[in-house]
Design a binder for this molecule. Sequence first.
Ligand SMILES: C[S@@+](CC[C@H](N)C(=O)[O-])C[C@H]1O[C@@H](n2cnc3c(N)ncnc32)[C@H](O)[C@@H]1O
Length: 133
Amino acid sequence: MELTHLRPHAAPRTAAVWAVLRGELDRQAGRTLQVVDVGGGTGGFAVPLAEAGHRVTVVDASPDALAALTRRAAEAGVPDRITAVQGDGDRLAGLVEPGSADLVLCHSLLEVVDDPAEVVGALAATLRPGGAA
Ligand SMILES: C[S@@+](CC[C@H](N)C(=O)[O-])C[C@H]1O[C@@H](n2cnc3c(N)ncnc32)[C@H](O)[C@@H]1O
């Protein structure tokens, strides 16, 4: 999928996220990225990123959201590029290999976790050197 066509009709807030994301995808162009989407829900970001060829691990507290994500990934033909992990963003270090991600997403989650600073620290620890959150 051409990255410039990702989410052309998204809502303004989501479009702003995609604008930042596209810049980061361009910066790391030519590589299959390891993406971690914390609080990724039903895959609004994960599925298009997987369709673009990247590998995405979605960590989410909700089994229902992850079930919907798994269905969407299958319908989009990218079930092998998405890994659904049920768990708490506060416990990220035990769920995702530290230093493994090229790109970490965390949209609309920090406002609902118990300790946002702890989660931000865990996001940073998940990134490989040169990766981006
Ligand atoms: C508002 S939705 C955002 C979904 C997606 N990131 C987006 O921007 O479209 C928040 C998501 O965070 C998940 N969530 C809430 N608390 C969480 C926690 N402590 N750890 C991980 N996920 C959590 C919810 O299950 C939900 O899927």
